[in-house]
Design a binder for this molecule. Structure first.
Ligand code: KIV
Length: 272
């Protein structure tokens, strides 16, 4: 498999299809604020996802359900201000698109207009096909999301691997085909067997980005705070930690507290 890397000045939905066709893997991470997005974008990430995981990571909720459209727009606009190269995908939050296709379109338009994001992501397959079509007819690029869809966590009951049984796997394959036919530019597959993810990625012409879906897909996504080791109470098998920032930051805060208490900080060079 080629690891060739073309030098894209700006990533578009077209660049992502080209990457898939050229066998170049797509790297995607989350960001919810200006400072993190700036670092992630400068590092050369292809897609920044303003995920509704902000509900967990930024706000401390147990699920992604409570985050509102206004809050997503706030996070997304901060990320867009920091971004030069990456394609910014913004999650439509729970309740902002399931009602009917008109409310889905209204929500997507608000995201595009008020945040400057480049595309939206919705969770689900055939049950939200009308909403996806309507958003697409307005010229808004849509990324799909199948497998473990955290907005439906109360239906699933657990965060375990999805589509292990034949019936659910069959429905996932059908939904993936449908999303491609509708015109989605890419698809996220979350926490499903690697063999199934490979089958889907090979059968679609749009890029398939995995999280807990193995290596035989077209790209990978992780939650940035998880891969940096800031959220140390969360350790699913699919998560590779690139840093242990929780420990690093705790050490820095402890040293600062000691320096302040001992009057070591600030010194003569750190004052006016
Ligand atoms: O909200 C999110 O961070 C996501 C990723 C886990 C794909 O949807």
């Amino acid at each position: 498999m080629s690891t060739a890397k073309k030098d894209y000045k700006k990533i578009t939905t077209k660049s992502l299809t080209e990457m898939k066709n050229n066998g170049e893997k797509i790297a995607m991470l989350t960001a919810y604020d200006y400072t993190m997005a700036k670092i992630v974008d400068n590092a050369g990430i292809d897609i920044i996802l303003v995920g509704d995981s902000a509900s967990n990571v930024m706000a401390g909720h147990e699920t992604t359900l409570p985050i509102t459209l206004d809050q997503m727009i706030y996070h997304a606009s901060s990320v867009v201000r920091a971004t030069n190269r990456s394609l910014v995908v913004v999650d439509l939050p729970f309740g902002s698109y399931q009602g009917n296709s008109k409310s889905a379109l209204d929500s997507a338009i608000r995201i595009m207009k008020e945040s400057g994001g480049h595309s939206v992501k919705l969770e689900g397959g055939s049950e939200i096909s009308e909403s996806i079509s309507r958003i697409l007819t307005a010229g808004i690029p849509v990324m799909g999301h199948l497998g473990l869809t955290p907005q439906s966590i109360y239906k699933f009951g657990t965060f375990t691997v999805r589509a292990k049984e034949e019936e659910e796997a069959k429905k996932l394959i059908e939904d993936a085909k449908l999303l491609e036919e509708l015109g989605c530019f890419a698809l996220v597959l979350e926490k499903i067997p690697a063999k199934l993810a490979k089958e889907v990625a090979e059968s679609l012409s749009i890029p398939v980005i995995g999280i807990g879906a193995g290596n035989d897909v077209d790209g990978q996504v992780l939650v940035t705070h998880d891969m940096l080791g800031m959220t140390h109470e969360f350790h699913p098998r699919f998560l590779r930690r690139y840093l242990d920032l929780y420990s690093e930051m705790t050490g820095a805060f402890e040293t600062y507290i000691t320096d302040v208490k001992s009057r070591d900080f600030p010194n003569k060079n750190e004052q006016y």
